[in-house]
Design a binder for this molecule. Structure first.
Ligand SMILES: Cc1cc2nc3c(=O)[nH]c(=O)nc-3n(C[C@H](O)[C@H](O)[C@H](O)COP(=O)(O)O)c2cc1C
Length: 255
């Protein structure tokens, strides 16, 4: 007989519970180093690959001032292209490689177990020297792979619960998680870590953007299936987790 009137624990509580570390859950846990998933993704047939200029950031560099000034900024001057140098600086700040130890490359943002499950994609609306379209960032080769040409502003804005900020932003960062990278070591707990990793990455974007005088806004509200479809993610092995807009700040914005 099915039990009546005993509600299932809410999914959030279940998630928290079932991804807990306990001495029992860790007992006997071993790692198979022969099956580590690759830390870098590349597309076999991108439309083209564009090398990025060396990131030479100018502007505000005092980290303490950046903490003070950082805001989510949504008012953009839509019709000026972003400089490719500035985009390169933002990409480097979020996921640039900074050191190597054995086979592992370390990056500007921390990652649980140095497994880096988060992939960076861009919708480039207007950037000097780049065609409009959807790109994938390769931190190792330091380039962008063009995956889809064209104007995705309206589709992405609608998929982000009609947030028109995406249609005005020069660039939108779209971060996915490749779950297997974290699961190899952490099993179900990997799901906690992809979101924590993404938070670090997004904060680096906020601070780097602030330093360059640009406006950044995190976007966590979106129809997952719609973004996954636009981006070509299957929604399970690779799924969208977070987004952020980059734009020229309007002088009218007060805070
Ligand atoms: C996880 C997360 C999701 C967010 N999603 C959105 C969003 O979908 N749209 C939006 O306009 N702002 C979004 N924001 C920005 C918050 O609204 C903003 O951080 C908050 O109002 C505090 O303002 P501040 O960032 O200027 O300090 C998000 C922020 C975080 C951390």
């Amino acid at each position: 007989m099915p039990k009546k009137n005993i509600p299932e624990p809410e999914i959030g509580k279940r998630f928290q519970n079932e991804t807990k570390y306990t001495p029992e859950s860790l007992a006997g846990h071993t790692l198979n180093f022969a099956s580590i998933p690759p830390a870098f993704k590349e597309y076999s047939n991108p439309l083209l690959r564009v090398s990025l200029p060396e990131p030479k950031a100018k502007g505000e560099t005092n980290i303490w001032k950046l903490f003070l000034k950082r805001r989510s900024r949504r008012d953009y001057i839509a019709d000026r292209p972003l400089r490719l140098n500035d985009l390169s600086a933002l990409l480097w700040a979020t996921q640039g490689l900074t050191a190597q130890f054995g086979d592992t490359f370390f990056r500007t943002a921390p990652s649980a177990g140095a497994l880096y499950p988060v992939e960076t994609y861009l919708y480039v609306r207007t950037v000097d020297g780049l065609e409009e379209g959807i790109y994938h960032f390769r931190p190792g080769d330091y380039d962008l792979e063009l995956l889809k040409r064209g104007d995705f502003a309206v589709q992405l804005a609608e998929a982000a619960l009609q947030q028109s900020v995406i249609a005005r932003a020069q660039v939108t960062f779209i971060w996915s998680a490749i779950i297997a990278r974290g699961q190899w070591k952490y099993n179900q707990r990997a799901y906690r870590y992809v979101y924590i990793d993404a938070g670090h990455i997004a904060q680096n974007l906020y601070l780097a953007g602030e330093g360059l005088g640009l406006g950044i806004c995190a976007v966590g509200a979106f129809y997952d299936d719609d973004i996954n479809r636009i981006m070509g993610f299957d929604g399970e092995d690779e799924t969208v987790i977070y987004m952020a807009t980059v734009g020229f700040r309007s002088p009218d914005q007060t805070i």
